[in-house]
Design a protein around this ligand. Structure first.
Ligand code: DAH
Length: 340
């Protein structure tokens, strides 16, 4: 019997070496360990054997050896299959560029950064404010009570809960005054919304950049100085500026600051409504009611504010003729700003 077992061992080894697929290994397992397999047959024979004890141990050893050898071979086969798949697969190299096309900053972002840099150098902080605001911040706190005619010019999009999409960056004035108190110097760029009919120079979604300076003895000359310094830095040329009286309930006196249209050189074009001038920066001295509402002591402090049309500024700076290009998502139009 022992001899028979030894022979089976040898023949198993030979068959194992030839079994190179999962199916062949399974067939080998059945041949040896299955119900009608060699090991079972040996067990049957064992009943009649003389050397039961030794033969029994040998059968058990054979059984474990066969089990282990088959499971090792199955595992090795599985690994080899995975390795072959990996070797055959297209390799992904994260360090390779997928395309030469790199993204670019939006022209509005570029314009905002330039203005921000100038104001940072003059000691201003940059503030952030939400796009969804309440009636108080957008109007009431700015000396625009309910039913004031100034609201007509700023029709916007309302939420069911009474909140609205901010019509101007001035909506942050009260919040910033309460946050810092006086003295303060801050600018706050932001997206604004109005229910407008859209044409080459009007959009329902546009950007402004608001600024405020509050301190002792602030006057109109400070306002003009800061506006001139900023515009000449941003346009890197001697821009022509004109101040006209303008009415805004939150400033007194209020002005419209216009700059000459760089697109047509002052001759008149659709972007400047043929006037040669572009309304760029309404501004004024902050109304005492607005300062008081922001918790500022009006006996001690005065301040100026301005609401720079950031979208307009970008149009002039980059010679964009149609405001609709900014929100168009047109890569042809927007990707021209890469080099900046
Ligand atoms: N918020 C005004 C608008 O969008 C613009 C404005 C006017 C802002 C005068 C100011 C200001 O800060 O002083 O129509």
């Amino acid at each position: 019997m022992q001899k028979k077992i030894e022979e089976l061992k040898l023949s198993f080894k030979a068959s194992l070496a030839e079994a190179t697929s999962a199916e062949a290994l399974e067939a080998l397992r059945v041949e040896y360990l299955g119900k009608k397999g060699h090991v079972s047959a040996l067990m049957q024979e064992l009943r009649f054997a003389e050397d039961k004890k030794t033969a029994g141990q040998l059968i058990n050893t054979l059984k474990t050896e066969v089990e282990e050898a088959i499971s090792e071979a199955t595992e090795a086969l599985r690994k080899a299959e995975i390795e072959a798949k990996v070797r055959g697969a297209k390799k992904y190299n994260p360090t390779l560029r997928t395309s030469e096309e790199l993204g670019s900053y939006h022209p509005i972002t570029l314009a905002a950064r330039e203005v921000e840099e100038v104001f940072i150098s003059m000691g201003f902080t940059i503030e952030n404010y939400s796009e969804i605001v309440d009636d108080y911040h957008c109007f009431e706190a700015l000396n625009i009570p309910k039913h004031h005619p100034a609201r007509d010019m700023q029709d916007t999009y309302y939420l069911d809960n009474g909140q609205l999409l901010k019509t101007h960056t001035s909506a942050a004035q009260n919040y910033i005054m309460k946050k810092y108190g006086a003295p303060l110097r801050a600018i706050f760029p932001g997206r604004c919304f109005r229910n407008e009919s859209i044409d080459a120079c009007h959009e329902n979604t546009f950007f402004q950049l608001e600024g405020m300076m509050i301190d002792e003895n602030i006057s109109i000359s400070n306002l003009i100085y800061f506006m001139k310094t900023m515009l000449s830095e941003v346009f890197k040329r001697d821009v022509k500026v004109r101040l006209r009286p303008g009415f805004f309930p939150f400033v007194e006196p209020g002005f419209e600051l216009d700059i000459n249209c760089a697109i047509c050189g002052g001759e008149g074009c659709p972007s400047c409504k043929n006037s040669g001038w572009l309304e760029l920066c309404p501004c004024g001295m902050i109304h005492p009611n607005v300062l008081k509402e922001g918790g500022i002591d009006t006996e001690k402090y005065t301040g100026f504010a301005f609401g720079l049309g950031l979208t307009r500024l970008a149009m002039m700076k980059y010679g964009v003729k149609d405001i609709r290009d900014f929100n168009s998502g047109s890569l042809k139009a927007l990707s021209q700003f890469k080099s900046n």
